[in-house]
Write a protein that binds this ligand. Sequence first.
Ligand SMILES: NC(=O)c1ccc[n+]([C@@H]2O[C@H](COP(=O)([O-])OP(=O)(O)OC[C@H]3O[C@@H](n4cnc5c(N)ncnc54)[C@H](O)[C@@H]3O)[C@@H](O)[C@H]2O)c1
Length: 335
Amino acid sequence: MSPVRIGVMGCGRIGRMHAELISWQVPNAEVAAVYDVVDDASAELAKELGVRQAAEPAEILESDDVDAVAICTSTHTHIDLLVAAADTGKAAFVEKPLALNLADVDRGIAAAEAAGVPVQVGFNRRFDPSHRYVRDRVAAGDLGDVHLVRISSRDPEPPPLMYLDQSGGIFCDMTIHDFDMIRYITGSEVTEVYATGAVLVDDAIGEVGDLDTAVIVCHHENGAISAIDNSRQAVYGYDQRVEAFGSAGMSASENPLTATAVTRTADGAHGPTLPYFFLDRYIPSYLAEWDAFTAMMQGAPSPVTLADGRAPLVIGLAAWRSVHERRPVRTDEIG
Ligand SMILES: NC(=O)c1ccc[n+]([C@@H]2O[C@H](COP(=O)([O-])OP(=O)(O)OC[C@H]3O[C@@H](n4cnc5c(N)ncnc54)[C@H](O)[C@@H]3O)[C@@H](O)[C@H]2O)c1
């Protein structure tokens, strides 16, 4: 099989990482070209990878040597690029969140459906071996009926304020991964959301209308309850734990450590800390995500569909309404 040729749009933190992984570690894919509105960003990455630098999106979208695009640009640009990809018949990988409002998401879904192009959304945590193990135990029935899902998801440091300002805030930027995970683990849609939060890390986060600390409780169609806690600043590293608890037992994904060594002294035991952030913690999941993408390009169903991209945004918007109105919000109030 010839490699899937991918045009990478957006050469920031995550676009650069995807382009490097595709180039160096994904057997059935290669980067054909890169594009960024900031010329220097794409020039540097094109040089590093020895690939073509596109001067504008059309140079990727209309190119015969590109099979698919990876949309890794700032969130508010995802849907226009997805629609442009669909209009030119290109398959797409789109980073999360799809957009920050449902009208845009639905515009993207309509364009992709009309064109019949395969699309995968970038919810990489579904491909993390430990989180997937928990989900597989649930799906196999090993835990009986699932009653509770509990997620702790804490970043080591807040993103730059400029990023936060256009990110959709904590629920649509950060917790959206956890909203995806609770759907994935339980296999059940969320019906009601109660969210609360605070600004405890950095006042500047509050000044842009955002929160840095939050707790969210979600009710699912099948009766299960999920509880998520988030912080934008865990001083000990990137803390990512998922637990499912059911009538026949529990299954939990623990944090991997940066090493397995331990020091013991008269004062007790001391071990290595957690991986620092997503680029350290989730590389296996990003690689598996690209393997799944290449399988989709061979005809397998999308492993993370546009509908899977839409549902967590509904939950995120419900969470914001819940905070603003200080009440539980049903997801069918949102759309
Ligand atoms: N799945 C994950 O683990 C994960 C992790 C981080 C970020 N993300 C998502 O990826 C996206 C990018 O995040 P980031 O951290 O890389 O941000 P970033 O700010 O580091 O990079 C965004 C890049 O997109 C470029 N850009 C903006 N508008 C563009 C346009 N119209 N055309 C081409 N390039 C454009 C910017 O110049 C910048 O280089 C966001 O939607 C974010 O939510 C996903």
